[in-house]
Ligand binder design. Sequence first.
Ligand code: PLP
Length: 400
Amino acid sequence: MMSIFDKFQQLVATRLELEKSCDKFFNIVMEEIISGTEAIVNGRPTILAGSNNYLGLSFDTDCIDAACDAVRKEGTGTTGSRMANGTFAGHLALERELAEYFDRQSAIVFSTGYVANLAMLSTLVGPGEVILLDADCHASIYDGCRLGRAEVHRFRHNDPQDLEKRLRRLEKRDTNVLVVAEGLYSMMGDRAPLVEIVAVKRAYGAYLMVDEAHSLGVLGKTGRGLAEEAGVEDGVDFVVGTFSKSLGAIGGFCVSNHPELDLVRYASRPYVFTASSSPSVIASTRAALKILQARSELRQRLWENANLLYNTLQNLDFAVGPEASPIVAIQLEDKAEAFALWSGLLENGVYVNLVLPPATPDGNCLLRSSVSAAHTPEQMARICRAFTAVRELTAVPQAV
Ligand SMILES: Cc1ncc(COP(=O)(O)O)c(C=O)c1O
């Protein structure tokens, strides 16, 4: 008899094969959390070099105190949608604070960054309209496109000329076009060529959305992301982002100067049909947003750590991405070698993420590390030593 799970047979076979090469890979549990940068993994203290805790705020005392106060005063959850009983004063305050910080007219807070993309893309652009997205965009962007049933075309990663070619083809169509890019790309940590993208989108009268998930708190004079760093905030119609990285919590948002942004609330299924963020999450996010603005030294420390790791891996001849960033990824063609490096790092007390195709941009395996402002100089030295140790253990990693 047929089983509903038959379609997963290929997946099961792949998993079994991968387990043979590296059974630890499927059984990673953070058994005890010591701090934002350290946990007990497989019974041993391990430095976390794979989280997106860029400013190290998940353990900040102000954020923790704010969350504890909120949970005591307002309970563990809102138990309702933003459209019903789930809008508390804190949600509105955070929306005001985000709009003010980004210097935009309005902001909407969503339950996660994934939901923010799902909500914005599925609502803004529908059947008969067009989305042009960078091929390396995050899965949540692709899923938002699917949910809205817009016509979707991908342009080559970080290639404004390819974008222009596609916009030119659409020129005679009387329809809305939304271009989507990310600030820092989540896998390789490379920046989008935003100045060029903004110039192209302006020339063709398209709209532009930038997902600053990995660049909020990381890029720009005040941490607003790549659009701020590149000086093109005026050219970005919608900024989306998440609270789950630099802000150390969970949640998502969109800010915009389009006065109609508020309409999304009424038309968006991912906004209406899910519970709103719990009060403690909103409270810690508000505290984190204040710290992000007040303590630029965190961004400076983050970049010192980012440059140190990038330069170390480059000097060790690993095939790293095109530019230094808090995301430092090594590309590897060979799965066995990727597993060996990943296990070797773990044995040396360092956890990084191993990302396998098809989740990677170009079909290679990725050893994706990320650093935090909270990594101490000693921890950074241990991370660098671990990479040096595994580099000596394995065959010479080939530049891809
Ligand atoms: C570019 C990008 N957008 C959105 C998301 C989703 O954010 P969240 O984890 O808050 O749902 C991620 C998550 O990694 C991401 O990398």
